[in-house]
Design a protein around this ligand. Sequence first.
Ligand SMILES: *Cc1c(COP(=O)(O)O)cnc(C)c1O
Length: 353
Amino acid sequence: MTEASGLIVRYRDRLPLPAGAAIISLSEGDTPLVRLQSLSDARRGIEVFAKFEGLNPTGSFKDRGMTMAVSMAVHQGARAIICASTGNTSASAAAYAARAGITAFVVIPEGKIARGKLAQAMMHGATVIQITGNFDAGMAIVKKMPDEAPVTLVNSVNPFRLQGQKTAAFEVVDCLGRAPNYHFLPVGNAGNISAYWMGYCEYAESGLANARPIMVGCQATGAAPFLRGAAVAQPETVATAIRIGNPQSWDLALAAQRESGGWFLAADDDAILAAQKYLAENEGLFCEPASAVSVAGLRAELSRSAIPDGATVICTLTGHGLKDPDTAIAQSTEPIRVGSTMDEVRSVILDSG
Ligand SMILES: *Cc1c(COP(=O)(O)O)cnc(C)c1O
């Protein structure tokens, strides 16, 4: 049994980790493309697949970036890492720091952090620093912290994060055997859309794909700086992972949209929760609210016939639904309470027909 697994091993020749550097890995990546049967349309030839990133080791795509960022930090002698986070970055940073035997400091906004994510950061032994401000306020602080204290920043402004995350695009092409026509994904801090575009471009330039997809960036209506064309001071959405008003990878994300001929769209909280429920009930896929914005966006575009016949479409489901049990339970029906008798349980079954 070898320990050599994970995306750095798989895509080593395309990643800038120096030879001889230790690989800090939890066997991230290699997530499935699941065909969305209820959104694919045999008549129109449209094929829709979810890239289910919730199946990474800590339950979100952040692990792809974190394996690179933490391996690099350790290689450069770091003893501590820091990030601002709406939740998933802190969960991932905490786990990879634990793996590496170094310290993680995570700065989170007050309230508004899904309980599963907080549990992860705490359980992995990170020092959790809760500030009174929102994610953007935390980001402004941690960006300057490497000048103030011996810590390495592992938010997606760390270039090694995007390097790791670009491998998701490689996997899509490796799995389909070609590039998809469209790629819908949630946009918060905008690192991931930038990373996918980098990955698709690299594969096209190397001749491993003969085309690049059109990138469609999906935001929540209450946190949609790309639709406004400017930062949003008080972002608000149930999709806490994309509750970000001042995206750090603004220029890269805009370039991805323009160069790919794509666009940005926004879905409101009702549409996001409806898409999350739809995926859970119709496809058996449980993603977190922020992930569902990609499918909410696709559903809107399909209904206005913006996707041509014969297209292959990918939606990235960025994180697992178990991250945010409170939001899931709040939108579900209560259990039916009965006594412990055959009669009562049977009558529930027979009545439900
Ligand atoms: C981080 C995150 C996003 C947003 O990704 P960005 O790279 O910040 O645009 C979306 N969904 C989930 C579940 C996330 O954890």
